[in-house]
Design a protein around this ligand. Structure first.
Ligand SMILES: CC(C)(COP(=O)(O)OP(=O)(O)OC[C@H]1O[C@@H](n2cnc3c(N)ncnc32)[C@H](O)[C@@H]1OP(=O)(O)O)[C@@H](O)C(=O)NCCC(=O)NCCS
Length: 325
């Protein structure tokens, strides 16, 4: 099972509940009594198993629901089933390292690391709301960062909710630098195509060209991720002048895309009827692309931030990250 499936499940779950707007979901978080650690040493970390997905999926939903609702934003996960779907998929996905935190044998949170590329992607990390701000998150961060270092990654990246002071502070304290403000955008572009650009489903034969493009823009490729999404049927490419000038693994919260120009990304965006999950993550400092999205009727649902540690080069092309990076 791949992360693509998570993205699709998230989308399907939200639509199965008839939610055109994620904001329409009511606040339903109930605080539970949780054993409090006397000190950080009372928290133990272990590798996650498939059997942990039910409790961790509930914690994931509760944690995101609580923080988003507290700030008046629609939750990333519209219903508890979406939390379960995402965590179940990640805990059993090839190329993911996932850990859980326990206090007195009771699970209080989890964290995941996508180690399919030379740059690793971190998240989602979620702690039971009744056990937050007690050092559990820091331990879960350290666990996957240590694993990443052990695997010889060139760097780690993540995307955080820009309104969340605690995650911003924790990540920055652990060495993550703010790289890019992002606007999560949802809707259907009024312009339904870009002259000179053709968008089609990606095929496995496109992999080499897409990877080469990613190397030119980012300095590394995400071929394993792309191959899985091609197999799953969510990936697309844009062609201009008879060659591939951009690709997207999915036009969704869990999808990323890389292109030679904004024109190519616009063609990809215009090919979607809507974006899976809360939306796509548009780099807000890409003024031309951001304004084109706004002029085309897309709406900003929440501000987010791309943070990185280790190797980072300013991309020499156009791109949009997934919720992982
Ligand atoms: C974000 C989250 C994972 C952090 O885990 P946690 O266990 O609550 O955090 P910790 O107690 O380990 O660490 C919080 C740190 O932030 C600091 N902090 C908290 N609020 C702060 C603020 N307003 N300004 C500065 N520092 C702050 C704390 O002092 C602590 O610092 P320290 O590690 O140096 O002592 C958790 O709160 C959570 O699940 N939140 C909801 C879901 C979410 O947003 N997940 C992240 C997705 S990107």
């Amino acid at each position: 099972m791949s992360v693509v499936l998570s993205s699709t499940l998230l989308y399907k779950v939200s639509h199965a509940h008839g939610q055109r707007s994620l904001a329409s979901v009511g606040f339903c978080y109930h605080r539970r009594t949780m054993p409090q650690p006397q000190n950080a040493a009372a928290v133990s970390i272990r590798v996650a198993t498939k059997d942990d997905a039910a409790i961790c999926g509930k914690i994931c939903f509760d944690a995101f629901h609580a923080i988003s609702s507290a700030h008046g934003f629609p939750p990333d996960l519209p219903v508890p089933e979406a939390g379960l779907a995402v965590i179940s998929a990640l805990f059993s996905a090839p190329g993911f390292y996932c850990v859980v935190a326990e206090i007195d044998g009771r699970i209080v949170g989890s964290n995941c690391l996508d180690d399919r590329a030379v740059i690793h992607g971190l998240g989602p990390i979620t702690i039971d709301p009744s056990a937050q701000n007690l050092g559990v998150g820091r331990k879960l961060m350290r666990a996957v960062m240590d694993h990443s270092q052990h695997r010889g990654a060139a760097g780690i990246r993540l995307v955080q909710a820009a309104f969340h002071n605690r995650s911003l502070s924790l990540y920055a304290a652990l060495g993550f630098d703010i790289r890019e403000p992002l606007s999560c955008m949802q809707g259907r572009t009024q312009q339904r195509g870009i002259p000179g650009c053709t968008v089609r489903k990606a095929q496995i034969a496109d992999l080499e060209n897409c990877n080469a493009l990613s190397h030119r823009v980012h300095g590394f490729d995400r071929g394993a991720d792309l191959a899985q999404t091609i197999e799953h049927g969510t990936a697309s490419v844009v062609e201009r002048g008879g060659r591939i000038t951009g690709y997207a693994t999915d036009l969704a919260f869990f999808g990323h895309g890389t292109a030679e120009s904004n024109q190519d990304l616009q063609a990809l965006f215009a090919s979607a009827e809507s974006f899976g999950g809360p939306g796509i993550l548009v780099p807000s400092r890409n003024h031309e692309l951001f304004r084109w999205c706004l002029a085309n009727g897309l709406r900003v649902t929440q501000p987010m931030t791309l943070m990185t540690t280790g190797l980072y080069n300013d991309p020499s092309g156009a791109y949009f990250p997934s919720i992982l990076f």
